[in-house]
Design a protein. Structure first.
Length: 314
């Protein structure tokens, strides 16, 4: 089954202040590395639709949507809140970023593909139900999960977040919904300084020290995530794919390498493939991954390609 890449030209049109790390070139860095590795032609490539209000409002408040809409400038760049900037095409880009994740879920659930990577921006995992923050407008992976639960009646959706920052927005949205197993690894203490204590059992936070390298990362994931995922038996796996724990990324102090992203993705892929031997209601239909962080352009491209190779079994 051919893996799928979903993006949209509008993701280049969301502009940040000069010198900001979350820049349009991030999309190109991944596309360029896919071409350099001869992989782009092996993927089914599609343009993302626009997320509807109904899809957004499953996880965000109407007030949040209205606030973003009202604050969108007709020209220039407007500081909205907590390192969130709006430009004239930001809202369009954010709707397409969320729409890509929704489209990925639809394709997986219809059996058209079993692995999707959404090369989109702005990222999403810091966006809480009623708050934009940390470069994030709408929570793309949460919107995808809520779509899977509402439209396809799934009972168990896993969200795996290996960005170097905690997925506080995703935790906020699904804190009281045990249908969603949320696994997040992150440098700690670090932005966004989420309260990670006293959370319910379906929220699996894995803090990592700033000195963490490949061995520590792999050990923590192996001990905490994989047993929980095997027990949970997700019907769908969603990934918040942040590559800012890469050794050359100035955003953090953790020092992962591209092989670490191949490793964790391959493990998730094996988990999905092995579930096909289980009863129908315990099978995992597929994996949908959406881009979060990653700001060293060369490293981002290489790490994302390693991730996509493992997703697509290349």
């Amino acid at each position: 089954m051919i893996a799928t890449l979903i993006s949209h030209p509008s993701c280049h049109q969301h502009h940040m202040p000069a010198g900001h790390p979350e820049r349009p070139e991030r999309i190109d860095a991944i596309n360029n590395q896919l071409m350099a590795n001869g992989i782009d032609g092996l993927l089914y490539q599609l343009e993302a639709p626009t997320a509807t209000d109904e899809q957004l409002l499953r996880v965000h408040t109407l007030e949040h949507l209205h606030a973003i809409t009202r604050a969108t400038p007709s020209e220039g760049i407007y500081f909205f809140a907590d390192d969130v900037y709006l430009s004239p095409h930001t809202l369009r880009a954010a709707r397409h970023a969320a729409g890509a994740a929704v489209m990925g879920v639809d394709m997986v659930m219809r059996g058209e593909t079993d692995a999707v990577f959404c090369n989109v921006r702005p990222p999403g995992h810091h966006a809480e139900r009623a708050r934009a923050m940390g470069f994030c407008i709408f929570n793309n992976v949460a919107i995808a999960a809520a779509h899977a639960l509402a439209i396809y009646g799934l009972e168990r959706v896993a969200i795996v977040d290996f960005d170097v920052h905690h997925g506080n927005g995703t935790q906020d949205i699904f804190l009281n919904d045990p249908r969603v197993l949320f696994c997040s690894s992150f440098q700690h203490p670090f932005y966004p300084n989420t309260n990670i204590d006293d959370v319910p059992a379906h929220i699996l936070n894995t803090p990592l020290p700033a000195t963490c390298r490949s061995e520590g990362f792999r050990t923590a994931i192996s001990e905490h995530w994989f047993p929980a995922l095997e027990k949970f038996k997700p019907q769908l796996i969603l990934i918040s794919a942040g590559f800012d724990a890469y050794i050359d990324d100035d955003m953090s102090s953790i020092s992962l390498v591209e092989q670490d992203y191949f490793w964790i993705t391959q493990k998730l892929r094996i988990l999905m493939d092995e579930s096909k031997q289980l009863a129908a209601e315990q099978q995992c239909k597929g994996i949908v991954s959406t881009l979060e962080g990653g700001y060293d352009l060369l490293g981002l491209g290489r790490c994302a390609v390693a991730h996509i190779k493992a997703l697509a079994k290349l």
